[in-house]
Design a protein around this ligand. Sequence first.
Ligand code: ACO
Length: 433
Amino acid sequence: MENKTKLKGTAKLQIDNKTVELPIYEGTAGPDVIDVKKLYAETGHFTLDPGFTSTGSCESQITFIDGEKGELLHRGYPIDQLAEQADFIEVCYLLYYGELPKRDESRAFRRALTYHTMLDSQIDKFFEGFRRDSHPMAMMAGTVGALSAFYPDAMDVNDPEQRRLSSYRLIAKMPTLAARAYKYSIGQPFVYPRNELGYAENFLRMCFSVPAEDYVPNPVLTDAMDKIFILHADHEQNASTSTVRLAGSSGTHPFAAVSAGISSLWGPSHGGANQACLEMLQEIGTVDRIPDYVRRAKDKSDPFRLMGFGHRVYKNFDPRAKVMQKTAREVLDDLGVKTPLLKVAQELEKIALEDEYFVEKKLYPNVDFYSGIILNAIGFPTSMFTVLFALARTAGWVSQLNEMNQDKTQRIGRPRQIYTGAPRRDYVSADHR
Ligand code: ACO
């Protein structure tokens, strides 16, 4: 990656009668940054920013979020345009290579991914080692990490061709692994990928086909699945992507780094929120119970939060939530599903958006607010929701990792701390404690 930050000026910081000048850089868009790299060398001080609320960890040219406006751009293209006009494979190409593919590039890319969808049959034995009631995310973290044992030919992250091969393998094999995790958990035989099918359709078939009855594709569901993949493909330096970058900064291979990302994504404040959100909507059940849940969400003595609401970066509508809401309507209409869930979600959104607490804290629906309703209607159990997120986010993870590995300024990530533990003291033998 060619570094493109521009020096804009300097910030002056005064510490103990000493003034240090820190460079200010500007990017293409977003806030300027103060470069504190030399702060420790010049002043003996660290910066402290738990949760990284004011800290940029890297330069990146992949994704930009304007949280105030509610805008998400991949390589400059707005997410709603990509969701409406592109397909997931095109978005994968865009994230990885930086440009939308020309026709021949698109054909070659699709073909390459298609021919990497199969798994070594030994991988199936890994699944057999899991309990049937294992969470599918546990199976994903384990089996993605295990893939590294099968591809020693592409472990050198300093070789662009090996990075490319591992990235293609990861994007291509995630649906096969995810479908196996699902099939294993419900005790059904694994279904193998089919080369004539598109990415989303192939995945749905591997999940819902059984030997006794082949899966009949439904274009509305295929399209919804593809949109869900697009909307989750990348999201700047979120917790799981930062985990992938930090793991990868030691020079580890992409399978290990992505496995770490999957583990980070699993948490309920991140990828686990879609599961938690649908469970919350099911628990609320009917519109008349909403005020009670809104009251609980506002009560500081109650740990309950409105899942699918709020975001560290968006202080406006998450643009992905708007696409999700429309897609949820289309899927439910097509399937003729009469569920109160969509009504509960829409009414909850309306009430929360008018409520002073949510307005003041700028809490809006995020991508997870409607995605669970769609996935539920397609037929996925809630335990699979985060797996689908991981499948889609793999495109972002490998692109971010690839970018990091080309960045000349990249070094191993090593945050510091402020230590508040015991001062130095001498060991005391057990008799004298
Ligand atoms: N319901 C009720 N109150 C909320 C909510 C919510 N969903 N989200 C934030 N708040 C309140 C907090 O209590 C806090 O109030 P305070 O200032 O009076 O203490 C304030 O809003 C700020 O919240 P923080 O937790 O400090 O904000 P942060 O940026 O750290 O957290 C997060 C963002 C984790 C997404 C949070 O909004 C949340 O927990 N939401 C629910 C879970 C969720 O939907 N996660 C999905 C995120 S999107 C994704 O990963 C794809």
